[in-house]
Design a protein. Structure first.
Length: 315
């Protein structure tokens, strides 16, 4: 019998949001995404000790943060052996406000992938969607290094990424949902804010409509899901990156999965956002400002935890 996951795949490219190689081998998605938190989680599993040790051997005497690049690429290379599409690998979030440093780290990651025999077309460099991150991504795209702009919570961020010619953006559904639920407290009505009414789903739909009506080539990949209802409410989005746990739930479920997002037939005029307008619009969006700052802090913290883990392994 056809399950919900198979039906979803008729409308949307399904991506696995994990660094767990065993899960990727089992699920066989087209693409896969990673971030510092997911790699930290995978790196603590005993079955990946050999991969960690091999990556550290290639790193030699490099400091832990740079040695971590070898680990990220090691996991990414192994992921690519198990899928036909692309893997997303993240630049250290500590560089989110430094254009030059982001460029240097992104080029380094691509060079490490190419040294491992991986074509750059199969790699998406993940960068936080700050103004500086978007500018770095614009330059990288001109060099043929494709980017996935992450920690994206607002239409201005999406618009600026599309203006910059970024390959892919990852608007976060679940973290938006979390913020609104926390703000509502005891007044939160789960049923009234489910499915198409979910605040995270509404945000992605608005981004989808804006970018598709503008005729931008930027792909939209919903991310950070809390439940399968959020996933199914975005059927028709270009891509959806989903945790193995929710992918398993979808594979076990049945019932119709209608297309919920459809690109408009008519194109609307484009208008490029200048830096002052971008910063003002982002500043005015309390949720987006708070979640972007929080997300950068969390990714930095997990990257430093990974550094410490690698330092102990290398000792």
């Amino acid at each position: 019998m056809t399950n919900s996951l198979l039906l979803l795949q008729q409308h949307t490219v399904v991506v696995a949001d994990t660094g767990d190689l065993a899960a990727i081998s089992r699920l066989r998605p087209r693409d896969a995404t990673t971030n510092p938190s997911l790699i930290l989680k995978a790196a603590q599993k005993a079955e990946y000790r050999a991969l960690i040790e091999a990556s550290l051997a290639r790193a030699g005497d490099e400091p832990p943060d740079l040695a971590g690049d070898h680990v990220l690429v090691g996991f990414g290379t192994e992921i690519l052996r198990r899928i036909d599409g692309r893997v997303s690998t993240e630049v250290d979030a500590q560089l989110s406000f430094d254009v030059r440093a982001t460029l240097g780290r992104a080029r380094r990651l691509i060079a490490l992938y190419e040294a491992a025999g991986v074509d750059r077309e199969r790699v998406l460099i993940k960068i936080a969607a700050t103004w500086e991150g978007i500018r770095a991504a614009e330059a990288l795209e001109r060099e043929g290094i494709h980017c996935n702009l992450t920690l994206l919570f607002s239409l201005p961020q999406a618009q600026a990424c599309a203006d910059a010619g970024v390959t892919l953006i990852s608007p976060f559904v679940g973290r938006i949902y979390d913020w609104f639920r926390k703000q509502a407290g005891s007044h939160w009505d789960e049923a009234a804010n489910a499915g198409a009414n979910d605040p995270g789903v509404r945000s992605v739909r608005a981004i989808f409509d804006r970018l598709k009506s503008g005729g931008y080539r930027t792909e939209i990949m919903g991310a950070s899901f809390r439940n399968t209802g959020q996933v199914l409410a975005l059927a028709g989005c270009d891509l959806l990156t989903i945790s193995p746990e929710l992918l398993d739930e979808l594979a076990a479920a049945s019932g119709p999965v209608p297309r919920m997002l459809t690109a408009p037939s008519a194109l609307a005029p484009r208008r490029r956002l200048a830096e002052p307008e971008f910063r003002q619009l982002l500043n005015d969006d309390v949720m987006a400002s708070e979640k972007l700052a929080e997300g950068i802090r969390v990714f930095i913290a997990d990257a430093r935890k990974l550094d410490a883990l690698l330092a102990r392994a290398h000792a």
